[in-house]
Design a protein around this ligand. Structure first.
Ligand SMILES: *[C@@H]1O[C@H](CO)[C@@H](O)[C@H](O)[C@H]1NC(C)=O
Length: 459
């Protein structure tokens, strides 16, 4: 009996052993290989589908594993010419038609088709994963927000352009926000794409940019499992508040125009104790790197690349590019990162450009190199950021009173008015000087001609 039992026991053990071994190897077979390490990411914004796009060669040479579209991926809306007089007046106090008007769905679709067939871009699509969000012109209308009626069809067209799966939840939600996780444990990068359009309240309302549902989602994303880096992509600038220094001449969209919403974003990073956050943004038609030291417990960087084709210097004839550069230099910025890696003194770059992020995972200390590059791939602005500088300090205080008066902490609106309005003073001054010069010239011409007439009479 005892012998039989132990034989049975042996057989059972054997079966168990075989089963476990088999199951184990089956597990090994089906458990996926760890995701590859991601260390090169490119991004960009503002590419007009009908303009030449030589920039893609430089992006491909950078050899990114991931490319992030930050919006204005096409110019879907239409623009009337600048006109002060005539039947359709688009500027001046007597303007009677808006400068921008939306396209039909078919026209938008056509524009996306053109964009997708740009040869350089097609090549990039074969080499790198491409993800993205939108800004106003691909949303369908310049500076539009939640009120825009074409947003549902625009969402479908953007997701088609990005090859989003037919059954992706992103096709069912209101807005195109999304998150991605790349890399194996210990080298993880979370990319959060914000939608700054679908739920945005009107400009000047100081209402919401993201809307309730997206805020709930974002909070969950930031609270969720940590990652070594978290890249938050926003179509509009997060750190720089350009309008504060370009007003009253012109204004740009930015998180700064919604001060409460911006505070909420920074507070969320502090409250969730999320480490390794970097912002990337587009929209403004130039590149720059900015940094805010009083938003959270560590420096918040915002790397702005704009545009892939649309850039401020390209809007003027080449001999006048220096004027644009001078004005960029003249406009004060409290947030911009100045440094030896800038091509120009202003540390802005107004020719076509793309953004580049390189992560040196195996370096000690670990660093992330961020920058803006030109159409040849050469850097025009850049900063090396230590991972250790993107960590909440346990004793830290979000708002250090000592620092408030320093660069990277002073808000643009807190600059002395004479500094803050420097650009406006210069421009009004230049116009006034031109006017006085013109009046003097006319006065002199009149005097000379009178003298000549008198001389002629005497003779
Ligand atoms: C940004 O500038 C605008 C315009 O001057 C101003 O109303 C707003 O309060 C500023 N935002 C921040 C965060 O300073």
């Amino acid at each position: 009996m005892a012998v039989a039992l132990s034989v049975w026991n042996l057989i059972t053990l054997l079966i168990l052993f075989i089963a476990v071994a088999h199951f184990g190897s089956a597990l090994q077979e089906t458990s996926p290989a760890p995701p590859p390490v991601v260390s090169r990411i490119a991004f960009g914004s503002c590419s007009h589908q009908s303009y030449p796009q030589p920039i893609w060669d430089a992006v491909i040479d950078f050899d990114p594993q991931l490319f992030i579209h930050l919006g204005d991926n096409i110019y879907g809306d239409n623009k009337r010419p600048f006109r002060m007089f005539g039947k359709e007046r688009t500027i001046g106090p007597w303007k009677n038609v808006p400068r921008f008007y939306p396209s039909s769905e078919q026209e938008m679709e056509k524009k996306y088709e053109i964009a997708k067939q740009v040869p350089g871009y097609s090549r990039l699509r074969k080499k790198a994963q491409i993800i993205g969000t939108w800004d106003d012109h691909d949303y369908g209308l310049n500076d539009a927000g939640k009120e825009f009626s074409g947003k549902i069809s625009s969402q479908r067209l953007l997701l088609d352009f990005l090859d989003e799966d037919e059954d992706s939840p992103r096709r069912k939600q209101a807005g195109v926000y999304a998150s991605y996780l790349f890399g194996p444990k210990g080298k993880q990068i979370k990319v959060i794409l914000l939608d700054t359009r679908y739920h945005r309240d009107p400009m000047g309302s100081d209402g919401s940019i993201l809307g309730d549902s997206q805020w709930v989602w974002l909070e969950k994303e930031l609270k969720g499992p940590g990652s070594e880096l978290t890249i938050i992509a926003s179509s509009i600038q997060v750190v720089s508040n350009l309008s504060a220094t370009t007003g009253p001449l012109f204004g740009m969209e930015s998180w700064g125009r919604f001060p409460n919403e911006r505070k909420r974003l920074f507070r969320l990073i502090t409250d969730t104790k999320r480490n390794g956050v970097l912002f990337i943004s587009g929209d403004v038609h130039f590149g720059e790197i900015t940094r805010y030291d009083c938003g959270s417990e560590y420096s918040l960087y915002d790397i702005t690349s704009s545009g892939l084709t649309q850039a401020v210097e390209a809007a003027v004839p080449p001999p006048f590019a220096f004027v644009v550069r001078f004005l960029a230099w003249l406009t004060p910025s409290t947030m911009r990162v100045y440094g030896p890696k800038c091509r120009y003194r202003s540390c802005t770059y107004g020719q076509p450009n793309f953004g580049a992020i390189e992560i040196q995972w195996d370096a000690t200390p670990q660093i992330v190199k961020v920058g803006v590059r030109d159409t040849t791939g050469a850097p025009v602005a850049g900063v090396d950021i230590l991972f250790s500088d993107l960590q909440h300090r346990s004793t830290g205080q979000a708002f250090d009173k000592e620092k408030v008066k320093q660069q990277h902490c002073t808000l643009e609106t807190d600059l002395p008015w004479i500094v803050r309005r420097r650009l406006a003073f210069f421009c009004f001054g230049a116009v006034a000087a031109l006017f006085v010069g013109l009046v003097l010239l006319i006065y002199m011409l009149v005097r000379i001609s009178k003298k000549l007439v008198r001389k002629f009479k005497i003779d």
